[in-house]
Structure formats: C-alpha cells, structure tokens
Ligand binder design. Structure first.
Ligand code: SAM
Length: 238
C-alpha cells in the first residue's frame, strides 16, 4: 500500500477543509473519497494524519487524527540570497533550493539586476516553495522575502555563523566550503553579476568571497551548485 497523499493546508484544526487546487487534485486526479487517509501540513514543521470524512462539490472535510514530527525537515539553517532573475529562473531556484533543504530564501535587486519582483511574483515564489516542499516530503516551507537593495539583503544575514558571497571575479575563496557548519548564508548574483563595490560592501559586512571555479556559471547554476555544496557539508545531503 502506498503512503498517504500529502496536502498543504493553511490553519489545520480538528476538522480541516481541503479546497482549491489541493481539493481538485485529491478528487479528480487521485480520486480520493470518504474514508481515505491523507497527510496534511501547514508549513510550520509538523504534519498530521487525517481521514477524509466528507466530500462535497468544492471541498473535502478532513478529520485530523494525530500530529507527527517530520524527520525529513532540514536541521541545518541554510539561507540563500539570490538576485532576482529573468523569466521563471527565480522559480527554478526556489524549487531546487527547497528540495535541497534551504530554510529561508531572500530575493534581492542589485546594481546590475534587470528583473523586478512585485507582490504577485513573491506570492508565486511562495506557492512554488509550497509545492516543492510537498513533493519532497518536507513539512516546512522555506520563508521567502524580497529586498529592494543588496545592502538590505546582506544585513538580513547578520546573525548567520558563515556568510558566503559567490563572486564571479574572486580569484580564490576566502574559506573552504568544507568548513561550513549548521548556520550559513549564501549570496549569489543575478544574470548581470556583482560590481566591485558590492563585493567590497559584502566583505565589510562579514561575507567571505567564494569562487566557483574558472568558468562563469549562469546565476541559477551558481545558486544551485553553491547551495548543494553547503547542504552536503552541513549534512543535509548525507
Ligand atoms: N555578468 C557576469 C559576468 O559577465 O561576469 C556573470 C554573472 S553570473 C551569470 C551570476 C552570478 O553567479 C554571479 O554574480 C555569482 O554570484 C555567480 N557566479 C557565476 N559564476 C561564478 C564563479 N565562477 N565563481 C563564483 N560565483 C560565480
């Protein structure tokens, strides 16, 4: 028998309503019906076993049975700061970062950043993170924020133990990624990259410059590669 299907639901209580896309997927695609068991989570770290107690035209009522801790949630505190990317590239980074175990994502604008982020886009990033969390069986959804300036984004990482700044013109890395432990912020630029002044500002704020080798990677490749390495060295991929 396969594991119960998982659904993201806001505000879980004893009798919880599954509506919208989750409801349509449960009813029309998975053909779930009364008496079937499901798992629900609200992004806050726990998940709940529930039974479908009623199915009506636009909603399923879920009777919640018990709360369970989710062993698949990340333990390391990884924070990815990424410049806003064109098209749907930011969504791609949000999706992959969620699977890799990021706890928080900051999307920022900077000097050479050509993409913009508005409320709708931010909502979309959060939805993508929720779907990715569901798919990879996490119970927490990464928090996502937008910063209008790089300075504000860098300041938001003040309390992280390790702070790394992927710089395409850094000649060498100031720290080895293998040293990175549980609390780490990682900054990666947008397609346009960083300016020398931005790199200097980051260093003044305690970020260590990191090179990802002699080739210039696309921003999304750089973000996913750097996060994968940090996830590996903090135990999230082991
Ligand atoms: N426009 C820049 C240029 O022409 O040199 C390239 C920017 S790159 C597409 C986007 C971001 O990915 C960079 O700001 C940096 O954070 C990261 N990145 C790409 N390649 C890198 C490398 N070899 N080392 C460190 N970071 C790199």
């Amino acid at each position: 028998m396969s594991a119960p299907k998982r659904f993201f639901v806001k505000n879980i209580s004893g009798e919880t309503e599954l509506t919208g896309d989750g409801f349509r997927h449960a009813k029309n695609v998975l053909r779930l019906s009364e008496g079937d068991e499901v798992t629900v989570f609200d992004g806050g770290g726990a998940e709940y076993a529930a039974i479908i107690s009623r199915v009506s035209k636009n909603t399923m009522t879920l009777h919640v049975l018990e709360r369970r801790a989710c062993a698949r949630d990340p333990k390391a505190d990884l924070y990815l700061l990424v410049g806003a990317l064109k098209g749907d590239k930011t969504e791609l980074v949000v999706q992959k970062a969620t699977e890799l175990g990021v706890k928080k994502i900051g999307v920022f604008s900077s000097r050479y950043c050509a993409a913009y982020v508005n409320g709708n886009k931010l909502e979309r990033f959060r939805r993508v993170a929720g779907e990715a969390a569901k798919q990879c069986l996490r119970a927490t959804v990464p928090e996502i924020e937008y910063f209008e300036t790089l300075s504000a984004a860098l300041s938001s990482a003040e309390n992280y133990r390790y702070k790394l700044f992927a710089c395409e013109f850094a000649e060498c890395s100031d720290v080895s990624l293998s040293e990175v432990r549980e609390s780490c912020a990682l900054a990666v630029g947008s397609e346009g990259g960083f300016t020398r002044e931005e790199f200097e500002e980051a260093k003044a704020m305690g970020f260590a410059g990191i090179t990802l080798g002699k080739r210039i990677l696309r921003a999304e490749t750089a973000a996913i590669s750097l996060l994968s390495l940090a996830a590996y060295f903090t135990g999230e991929l082991q």
